[in-house]
Design a protein around this ligand. Structure first.
Ligand SMILES: Nc1ncnc2c1ncn2[C@@H]1O[C@H](COP(=O)(O)OP(=O)(O)O)[C@@H](O)[C@H]1O
Ligand SMILES: [Mg+2]
Length: 369
């Protein structure tokens, strides 16, 4: 997958941008607060219809403007499509080749991106919900049909939650919810487990390459246990029946995949408690690169967006990283304050753009070999 051209209008501090991005490596460089991350946010927005920095559309629209737009021409190896993201105070809307797709899934089929940014260290450092979000996003990148599975479960959970908050919840209605939840929850666990299974091997290998020491492992821990779909449904039904009294007393959902955990360990110790800063970064980077490898095994090549290369890894690791990214054969967009770091490691064509005060300069094309 190759984003060949990128256009922006009034997205954050970027008033008008139209650039050729048809190269395996695209670098946005410049001092801080110029608009480099905003460019990645725009590409991420085009691929996911979301931002990784805010849930408020308003913040993405340039101050003083009423709407914003991101446009991209994407070649997926077979077809060239034109994607468009419209943002206005009413919300966001995606368009493919001039049309609003009937089903969102078909929009996401044609464009995918994996992001690695400094804030991602939270995946290791913070609570389990952020790790569940990582799994769910990875599962969505793997297949956009995951969205329906996740949303279906979430809807049931919140409806049952509302019922549980009533003074005397109707037990028959609770039975109906529990039966539906058991099936929806089992499907969710199955999908999450499948994606973690896909990531497991590449994660272990990549982590070794990136960090050079320490064995990292990855496991999905669920209250629903192992086995077939029927086993999972059965186990979840049992758990729900057992915790019925407790749920009614507390007025909230108590068991299910909304409490599952992605267990990350280094040398058999929980990474959250023991990983150093460097180890934390290596683990997160390995997770993101594992997503790319797994996608490749499925025949997909998502765009890789790497925010702030300069602060992420030391010089030695960066050199490794650029080489590794070239092996993965995905298109990479990097932001950095120091473009020489990227140029030093890259073998192929690099297109780099200076970003200054919301304007993107002319391309400097460097072919190091
Ligand atoms: N909606 C907006 N309209 C105009 N400028 C914005 C908007 N949102 C953020 N900015 C500006 O964008 C700049 C930050 O851009 P960013 O891409 O994060 O910088 P960096 O180059 O360091 O990655 C800041 O100067 C900020 O004030
Ligand atoms: Mg930045």
């Amino acid at each position: 997958m190759r984003l060949q051209e990128l256009g922006l209008s009034d997205f954050r501090n970027l008033a008008q941008v139209q650039i050729d991005t048809d190269a395996p490596f695209v670098v946005f460089h410049g001092p801080n607060a110029q608009g480099k991350t905003n460019l990645l946010e725009a590409i991420y927005g085009l691929a996911t219809l979301k931002s990784f920095r805010t849930t408020r559309v308003r913040e993405l629209i340039r101050w003083g403007c009423t709407h914003a737009q991101v446009r991209g021409r994407v070649d997926d190896g077979q077809l060239t499509r034109h994607f468009k993201l419209h943002l206005d105070p009413k919300g966001r809307r995606g368009e493919v080749d001039g049309k609003t797709p009937k089903a969102l899934g078909s929009y996401f089929e044609g464009i995918r991106a994996v992001l690695f940014c400094p804030q991602d260290v939270a995946i290791v450092r913070e609570g389990p919900d952020i790790r569940r979000r990582f799994i769910d996003r990875a599962a969505f990148t793997a297949s956009s049909s995951f969205l329906d599975v996740a949303m279906g479960f979430k809807r049931l959970l919140s409806q049952k939650g509302a019922l549980l908050r009533e003074d005397v919840p109707d037990p028959i209605q609770l039975d109906v919810f529990d039966a539906q939840l058991a099936v929806a929850g089992a499907r969710l666990v199955e999908r999450r487990r499948a994606v973690i299974e896909e990531l497991r091997e590449p994660f272990v290998t990549l982590h070794q390459r990136i960090s050079g020491h320490g064995d990292a492992t990855l496991r999905y821990r669920t209250a629903l246990g192992e086995g077939s779909r029927e086993d999972l449904v059965g186990r979840y039904s049992e758990l729900l029946a057992k915790s019925r009294k407790d749920e009614v007393r507390r007025g909230m959902n108590m068991v299910g995949p909304q409490r599952d955990e992605l267990v990350l360990r280094i040398d058999d110790r929980p990474a959250r408690a023991y990983a150093s800063q460097g180890q934390t970064r290596s683990v997160v980077l390995a997770l993101k690169l594992a997503e790319l490898l797994a996608a490749r095994a499925r025949g997909a090549r998502p765009l890789f967006l790497l925010d702030d290369l300069s602060s992420e890894l030391d010089r030695f690791r960066r050199g490794n990283l650029v080489g590794l990214l070239e092996e993965l054969e995905v298109q990479v967009f990097v932001t950095t304050t120091d473009p020489s770091l990227v140029l030093a490691g890259a073998q192929g064509e690099v297109r780099s753009y200076a970003v200054k005060d919301g304007a993107v300069g002319g391309a400097e094309v460097a072919s190091t070999h």
